[in-house]
Design a protein around this ligand. Structure first.
Ligand code: NCD
Length: 314
């Protein structure tokens, strides 16, 4: 498929073809990961700017590694140390970075829709690295890649997403991607943390984490409990949450032998997931992190490199 898009803003509007193209390209990059020299010349001379207005370790460094392995120059701008602190508007900042020759801006911002706004005002490619509670497309793509590597096809697979769906951009992007690939998605969490109207996206909604849900799941995706929301009275105590929704060894006894456990990180160990389960044999959390680099390489390759066949991806 010839790549057309300048930006990656979310999975909601990504077609099946586009989603599959990104996943296939990411898979094609994986064999390099075992090599001692992990460099492709594809993005030589290109400049990628990580513009982060929210703290991040794994997403930012994953984009940085992906850009560097493709030979691009990668520059990190964190809002706390930039003139954003002096009140420069986002658009001005982006225009300045564009005038300096940036070929892509990887943006993380707490306001939903900011990447869309920027994409309209700049020629530069804009990649959404998380916008408020709206979308986190590269996180969902790395999750999809992790599942695709195990399953091949998503058809008729059951994915159970547990936790704070309402505030989770990761859950939203995953719902779009998983349903597009024909997986069956069930979300489970306290009613206060489930946004209304999810069923319209083809998702089943459950408030109680019954054993039957655990038995049926081919993959269980545990979301980070966003503790910063606790003061808003949206869920009881951490202990209560952990008791009702935490994934622990007792609950694991009800799951399929080959169930896949996932978490986007950073995990609150002992709250939404126990250490034992997070590091246990069913956990794919490490693979998710590795796949993050592959997926971001694929995204940069198509958006910035124009899918140039410098590398044979077949
Ligand atoms: C997520 C995020 O920032 O949205 N983390 C990540 O990108 N690895 C998940 C979260 O913080 O809950």
């Amino acid at each position: 498929m010839a790549w057309q898009r300048k930006d990656l803003l979310g999975l909601a509007d990504l077609s099946l073809d586009e989603t599959e193209t990104l996943l296939q390209s990411a898979q094609a990059f994986k064999p390099v990961f075992g090599r001692s020299v992990k460099k492709f010349p594809t993005l030589r001379g290109k400049t990628i700017i990580n513009l982060f207005y929210e703290p991040s370790t794994r997403t930012r460094s994953s984009f940085e590694i992906a850009g560097k392995w493709l030979s691009a120059d990668v520059i990190n701008v964190s809002a706390a140390n930039s003139s954003v602190a002096k009140g420069e508007s986002l658009k001005d900042t982006a225009k300045t970075l564009e005038a300096m020759g940036a070929d892509a801006i990887v943006l993380r911002h707490s306001t939903p829709g900011t990447p869309n706004y920027l994409a309209k005002s700049c020629q530069t490619s804009v990649i959404n690295a998380g916008d408020g509670a709206r979308e986190h497309p590269t996180q969902a793509l790395l999750d999809l890649l992790t599942l695709k590597e195990k399953w091949g096809s998503f058809r008729a697979k059951n994915v159970l997403i547990i936790g704070d769906i309402r505030h989770s951009r990761v859950a939203k992007s995953n719902i779009y991607g998983l349903t597009r690939l024909q997986a069956k998605v069930t979300v489970c969490g306290p009613a206060t943390l489930i946004p209304p109207g999810l069923e319209r996206l083809g998702v089943s909604v459950k408030e109680q984490l019954e054993n039957e849900l655990l038995q049926k799941a081919d993959a269980i995706y545990v979301l980070r409990l966003q503790r910063e929301r606790q003061s808003q009275g949206l869920f009881p105590s951490l202990r209560e949450y952990s008791k009702l929704y935490g994934l622990n060894s007792d609950r694991m006894r009800h799951t399929k032998p080959d169930v896949i456990i996932m978490h986007p990180g950073p995990a609150n160990l002992g709250i939404e997931i126990t250490t034992e389960v997070a590091y246990g044999k069913a956990s794919s959390i490490r693979e998710q992190v590795t796949n993050g680099v592959a997926v971001r390489m694929a995204v940069l390759y198509h958006l910035v490199g124009g899918g140039r066949q410098v590398v044979d991806l077949d």
